[in-house]
Write a protein that binds this ligand. Structure first.
Ligand code: SAH
Ligand code: SF4
Length: 355
């Protein structure tokens, strides 16, 4: 089956014209898929039977994605969805609520870019799983559309997208870039690039390529360590792109885009919270316009334990006293394993089926 979510407006026009269908149908179809988030062609009720039949005969359709589980955190602010793809594989995405102006809720959606991940970071549940396969462009988009459809019942929609779910977005680079453009399209979801953030473990050449695109999208780098032997032990990618190569790519990104970078630093007791590490981190980042997010690590095994509050604040204050902008990542979804690094394809949870 050819996934209709994959095609831009011009491509849809060509497909429809090849099938002898009128040009204006392409815009209708595009809006039904990308703005109104239909999940079956029949829902596009003004499209006409002939259009649907001809598309199907030519092998075009909308692959199904269903929700196997929806878990809601105790505070009701975070929801995690286990979504099943058309070949039976599963991915997760996490919806976070914030209180915006005028008591209006704001929604940020953390989406996956791969089934599993090839990068093998030691502290990450997705990394432990290995890479099963890339997500298609249609599957990346469908996560947003599925959630938007759900939110539309309360007249809401996803406002922010973070590519921080399962997988390494820069390892599925072409589909990542296409999905950014498609989600940005005014005729579709219309999400501003400034409201999107991509998080990477540090694929330096892709950071440079991304910089060359000069998008408005934010970039977050998962750093977590301050010297090569320690970082390589945590994150195998560091053996290919060691810290100096990564930081140079970040400098290049900054020169090109003039945008502030974010660095993620997951704090684990007895691993990377010492004063020496804080000083080394400050030295590394001193020439970059950046913000550091400290994430108290979410334990996936006994090697990585959350530091004490005292350790966390000591680390934070040292960075601040060296002039860095730092915040502690508000913990969301820990009780439903929806927090950073806890996403994995199969899990035992509350059975709360929803479609
Ligand atoms: N692959 C990308 C994006 C997905 S991971 C990346 O690595 O950046 C999203 C974020 O969660 C990354 O910053 C990652 O380092 C962090 N993370 C992974 N496992 C974690 C854990 N157990 N506790 C806290 N953060 C974790
Ligand atoms: Fe992959 Fe990111 Fe997890 Fe590392 S932290 S294994 S790159 S998802």
């Amino acid at each position: 089956m050819k996934d209709l979510r994959e095609y831009g407006l011009d491509e849809l026009k060509m497909i429809l014209s090849d099938l002898g269908l009128a040009d204006f149908r392409a815009k209708q179809l595009f809006e039904w898929i990308h703005k109104k988030n239909i999940f079956t062609l029949e829902e596009a009720h003004n499209l006409g039977k002939e259009t649907i039949t001809k598309l199907r005969q030519a092998g075009y359709d909308l692959p199904q994605m269903s929700c196997l589980k929806a878990l809601i955190s105790k505070d009701g602010q975070t929801e995690k969805y286990l979504l099943q793809l058309s070949d039976g594989e599963t991915i997760e995405c996490v919806l976070m609520h914030y209180d915006g102006d005028f008591a209006k809720k704001r929604y940020s959606l953390c989406i996956s870019s791969q089934v599993g991940c090839a990068m093998g970071c030691e502290f990450c549940a997705t990394g432990k799983q290995g890479l099963t396969r890339q997500l298609t462009l249609g599957e990346i988009l469908a996560q947003v559309y599925w959630v938007n459809r759900k939110l539309s019942k309360s007249n809401d929609r996803v406002g922010n997208i973070v590519f921080m779910g399962m997988g390494e977005p820069f390892h599925n680079y072409d589909n990542l870039i296409k999905s950014i453009h498609r989600l940005n399209d005014e005729l579709g979801a219309g999400i501003s690039q400034r409201r999107m953030t991509v998080s990477t473990c540090g694929l330096a050449p892709k950071i440079r390529a991304f910089a060359d695109l000069e998008l408005e999208v934010g970039l977050a780098i998962s750093l977590h360590e301050v010297d090569n032997p320690s970082r390589s032990a945590l994150m195998p990618i560091n053996q290919t792109y060691p810290l100096e190569v990564l930081i140079q790519a970040c400098q290049y990104y900054q020169e090109k885009t003039k945008k502030r970078l974010s660095f993620e630093y997951a704090l684990a007791s007895q691993v990377n919270v010492s004063k020496e590490k804080a000083m080394a981190l400050s030295r590394y980042l001193q020439n970059l316009d950046c913000h550091i997010n400290l994430i108290p690590i979410n334990a996936v095994d006994e090697r990585f334990q959350k530091p004490t509050k005292k350790e966390i604040y000591q680390f934070l204050h040292l960075l601040e006293s060296n002039g860095l902008k730092v915040s502690i990542r508000q913990e969301k979804g820990g009780d439903i394993e929806g927090a950073c690094g806890q996403l994995k394809s199969a899990y035992k949870g509350i059975s709360n089926h929803e479609n």
